[in-house]
Design a protein around this ligand. Structure first.
Ligand code: FES
Length: 172
């Protein structure tokens, strides 16, 4: 003789420790405000840290002494040369768009510091990380997420020797 199928009984511990799972997953308004507050603090801290690092790097660049980076004949017209200035961790690029024209920039993209590359055929410096384009003549932003131009350095030619220095040292 067959017994009718019985519904499975809940385990006994559930009677002693009843849990309302809907209430358990409920986020209170207080918890939500706490989460928003902590997120805002972390975001603010990150923004201040980034701005502080940028300020330090730029003030270091403004106070750096001139540096020789080679002879003019090392760079063909339309060519470029990579170098480091003012510190060993600061990649830069020198371009020679014309026989007597030299321009130098920090190679760090002003968005999130990926290195930019020179594209001679378009006359642009390109950041591959988020597809940003800068004008090779003056480093201004043509397209992409950066909002500031590339950091530019002054190039001085003395006795056919190329010298890099902060722009402020030429102005002042
Ligand atoms: S790091 Fe260059 S566009 Fe984002």
């Amino acid at each position: 003789m067959n017994h009718p199928a019985q519904a499975p009984q809940p385990p006994r511990w559930k009677e002693d420790f009843p849990i309302n799972w809907e209430d358990d997953a409920y986020i209170t308004r207080k918890e939500f405000i706490k989460f928003l507050g902590l997120t805002s603090i972390v975001f603010l801290f990150g923004t201040c840290l980034t701005a502080g690092r940028r300020w330090l790097r730029e003030s270091f660049q403004r106070r750096s002494p001139p540096m020789s980076i080679g002879h003019v004949d090392e760079i063909p017209v339309g060519g470029y040369k990579l170098f480091r200035y003012p510190g060993p961790d600061d990649p830069c690029i020198l371009l020679r768009p014309g026989p007597e024209q030299f321009v130098a920039f920090s190679q760090l993209c002003t968005h999130l510091a990926c290195p930019v590359h020179y594209q001679a055929e378009t006359g642009q410096l390109v950041c591959p990380c988020h597809e940003a384009f800068f004008k090779a003549e003056d480093g201004t932003v043509l397209a992409g997420p950066p909002r500031r131009p590339l950091t530019r350095f002054a190039v001085v030619v003395r006795d056919k020797q190329l010298w890099i220095q902060p722009v402020s040292k030429v102005d002042g």
